[in-house]
Design a protein around this ligand. Structure first.
Ligand code: SF4
Length: 201
């Protein structure tokens, strides 16, 4: 990874960018950013691995659907997350020229990343980096999605069978919307947090 080139690429797309060598440096930075705010999370294993929920809720109100035990409370918390001051999500893949890709099942993750917050934070590990959009889209659909389906134990071909995406029509399909962030959206601040270690799927 060419760190300086990567940072320059995301800045050119309109994002603030912070780069960290490891998760502890990132946690120290993010833990000092907020006090008394409301913060929403999208579904993200990256955020869970960073243990951001416990870190940020010390001084803020944090809505994290991943903390919920059942679908009803998941949806209620996901709706509250959409109304928070700030929103955190990861992405399934990002290109070296600053384009990001997210695939979603319910839509709460991509919805929160697009509009409604003072600022959105995209947190990604170096394992999400791809050379171009074709590779990034393939990563999202053929690597991240089947791995997530297995983690969630969905009744889908990728989780029950070989681990290969069959572009299924299952009621539990988790790949229902694909968002490509070509550039920072108008009217919402956004910061890309790049961590130089593998995080999430
Ligand atoms: S489309 Fe279906 S088979 Fe393919 S990754 Fe998504 S849930 Fe799995």
């Amino acid at each position: 990874m060419d760190r300086d080139r990567l940072i320059a690429a995301f800045k050119k797309k309109g994002y603030e960018v912070s780069f960290f060598a490891g998760r502890e440096e990132a946690r120290t930075y993010l833990g000092g950013l907020f006090c008394g705010s409301t913060i929403g999370f999208g579904d993200s294993l990256t955020l869970a691995e960073l243990e951001l929920y416990d870190l940020l809720r010390e001084d803020n109100t944090v809505f994290d659907p991943n903390q919920c035990a059942d679908n009803e409370s998941f949806l209620a918390t996901a709706r509250q997350a959409l109304l928070a001051d700030y929103f955190f999500t990861s992405v399934n893949a990002a290109t070296e020229d600053g384009v990001m890709v997210n695939l979603d099942g319910s839509g709460n993750r991509v919805a929160g990343s697009l509009f409604g917050h003072k600022k959105v934070f995209f947190v990604l590990g170096s394992n999400k980096l791809c050379s171009d959009l074709e590779e990034a889209t393939r990563r999202a659909r053929e690597i991240a999605a089947p791995a997530n389906a297995r983690r969630l134990q969905t009744k889908t071909p990728c989780a029950l069978g070989t681990g290969i995406c069959r572009d299924c029509n299952s009621p539990e399909r988790i790949c229902n919307a694909l968002v490509i962030y070509f550039r920072r959206l108008l009217d919402t601040e956004a910061e890309v947090i790049i961590i130089d270690e593998a995080l999430g799927l």
